[in-house]
Design a protein around this ligand. Sequence first.
Ligand code: GLC
Length: 567
Amino acid sequence: MGVEVSAAPASGASAAPTTLGEDWWRRGVVYQIYPRSFADTDGNGVGDLPGIIRHLVHLGPDGLGVDAIWLSPIYPSPGLDVGYDVIDHGAVDPLLGTEQDFDHLVEGCHERGIRVILDLVMNHTSDRHPWFIDSRQSRDGAHADWYIWRDPAGLDANGRPVPPNNWVSWFGGGAWEYEPKRGQFYHHTFLKEQPELDWRNPAVEAAQFAMVRGWLERGVDGFRLDTFNVFLKDRDMRSNPRRRGRTAWTRQVHLHDFDQPELAALIGRFRSILDKKRGRMSVGELFVGTTEGAAALTVDGHLVFDWELITRPWSATAFRGAILRRERAFGDNRWPTIVLSNHDQPRHASRLAASIGDGPGVQDAIAKAAAIMSLTMRGTPFLYYGEELGSGDVAVPPDESIDEPARHVTPDFPWWDRSQSRTPMPWSGEPGAGFSTGRPWLRLAPDVAARNVAAESADPDSVLSCYRRMLSVRRRYRSLQDGEIALLRSIGDPTVLGYRRTGEGPEALVLIAFGPGSAVVSVPEPERGRAWRPVVGTHLDLPESLAPGTPVTLRPYEAVVSVASRS
Ligand code: GLC
């Protein structure tokens, strides 16, 4: 277990850390916490904010040394979309802690040089949000036009109201729900219990931006914007054109239900609130879109997740292709993010191992090589809690699953049960894995007795120790943080990915062997008067040097980072 942080009462917002400077969002590493699964201090089986405070040592300079944490939603929520259905964007869910706990968390983070990024779910609310409760009552209440309400397109043969257009929900079924009290439909891209706010209504924008200012005043350093490219829809709510596809969603060309031209201006207005003080970041979750689309919405200080890396199998060619496409899309002036896992996707250690037909046998080896890759590529790495342990997905039986869309699966709506990648963080080999003394809200992984923070901390060859080593090297070399990347063209073995990072300070060379056998490569010349000196890798015993002209043998799944040192 970690050490308790002194719980000094919050005396106003604590100052953001100054480490790394104002562009820390470009140079640093962000760690995503799914609060319900991090650490439970009150024994109810659900992680809470005091649990995060308790484990700040794991995240701070004496542990991983990350620069920011992103908290998945912490607001009051009925929990149907496990926190992404919000009933009050400005408050802390009592299930997770008190308002004071939150202020202590910000303070504890700042003391350790960690910034705090909140997840803002501003596209929709819960249907139990007071705004929606009011909105659905009548067409003339205070919030009557805060949501997207439209008249029926007519009546069907049975006299039932027909939805205004053909839009479908990402979570299956139609995207419109009829409300008899208003005689109208409301729109929902996600669950019907997540009605869509009308961002074309200035009152909605004003209310949301006031909430944003409130969190900034409490010391928050940035935000992740949930599904931000869905905020605006076609003004005329036109039906989407149809196309061939295997699911209801893919049978439409999504021209009108998101990605509207006015989005950039809206993000500009949001950014101007953050930019009142320097160093505040935001990152938009691109909901369904291409890498080029993500790049187009990226501006200084506002990153956008693209999904290029998260969709690739474990192969040097695949990741090489992904990097090339990203570099082409983002160019020199836009900064990409690096994401291999998150709370919506399968965990990458097991996913990548499975992608080459191998199971747990290679999970740790791949987790280490992937760690070296994601922490040295150009972009801001976002680590997902537990990935530093090499954790994989957990098979959660349907009756224990907590992921509503998984209950609505039809051939037209296939779904991956997200419970599998949201299971509790294992801290120790104690009962409850040091996560909770109660019954965890989701089952623990079957391997927590060996795969936990305490056990891996004690093993220099563990995945966790590899992450710590790599993160500490990354902090030392500026070129690994914000340098340029150049892929090596031919190094002698196509199963090895190689790239150079150049920027301030010594250049770095990264080699990652993707194959299950040894690989022999030749390395390029470093700058004149310098030699490649290996500084960190997947294996504890590093090659002594990498001499250009002399073949270098990499072991299965070995990754090595070298820097150009004076020879
Ligand atoms: C985002 C979240 C996801 C959620 C959805 C609807 O995609 O990451 O977890 O279900 O938005 O809020």
